[in-house]
Design a protein around this ligand. Structure first.
Ligand code: DC
Length: 225
């Protein structure tokens, strides 16, 4: 067997399957799985919990530089891939709230926020043996990656997946609201001036509308061998 690529990037829009596939791939290769969306969500959560003005770009840039976000192995068996701790508070699920979802794209469009967070991501990624997931990993954070994958799916299919996830956690969900929010986020993420969501020129693009998670995983695994 040939050596698998050391730095693997997995980009794509929300709920395109990046986390599911990325986590399985990292497990099967014995690599670190790093979901960069957590960092943007955590900064957004801090801003909202402190009643900060999310439109104040300088303040958000400053916050991203100083935020202490602790990512630890999962302490509970409730489907969480890891614990996200801010201060002493476990914000793992709060970070997935609709309030955070409604503001995270705005905050992640600020150049200073992106610079602060991508620098940390790059340092971790360059150590190798990593599957890093996000929007701009193959294009900006780790353009030298050995394998770049871009997962895509229709907004309707992705909204359905998000809806099912929320319901499975025993929370209430409104499909139309989720779909509207998904389309809005896609628009902001892909039209922002800095590091917009797009596949790298050398990325392998996989549409996940039709194939099962298992089939997508097999396809991605084949690319690693
Ligand atoms: O993958 P996610 O849904 O948890 O990401 C949350 C938000 O963070 C998403 O709307 C865009 C932003 N994000 C980003 O701009 N760049 C990344 N590398 C990862 C996430």
């Amino acid at each position: 067997m040939t050596t698998p690529p050391s730095i693997i990037t997995l980009d794509g829009p929300a709920a395109s399957g990046k986390s599911t596939i990325g986590r399985r791939l990292a497990d099967s290769l014995g690599y670190l799985f790093f979901d960069t969306g957590i960092m943007y969500r955590a900064v957004t959560w801090i801003a909202l919990s402190r009643d900060m003005d999310v439109r104040d770009e300088d303040m958000m840039n400053q916050l991203a530089q100083t935020a202490k976000i602790d990512i630890r192995p999962p302490s509970k068996n409730d489907g969480r891939p890891c614990d996200v701790i801010i201060g002493e508070q476990d914000v793992t699920w709060d970070m997935r709230s609709s309030d955070v979802e409604a503001n995270v794209s705005l905050i992640s469009a600020y150049a200073g926020v992106r610079k602060a967070l991508s620098q940390k991501q790059r340092e971790i990624g360059l150590r190798g043996k990593v599957v890093m997931v996000g929007r701009d990993i193959g294009t900006v954070v780790l353009p030298e990656a050995d394998l770049k994958i871009y997962l895509d799916a229709s907004a309707e299919e992705r909204a359905k997946r998000r809806y099912d996830e929320v319901i499975a956690r025993g929370e209430k969900a409104d499909y139309d609201e989720i779909l509207k929010n998904m389309i809005e986020r896609d628009h902001i993420d892909s039209t922002r001036a800095v590091a917009p969501l797009r596949p790298a020129d050398d990325a392998v693009i996989i549409n996940t509308d039709e194939p099962s998670a298992e089939q997508v995983f097999e396809q991605v695994l084949k690319l690693c061998k």
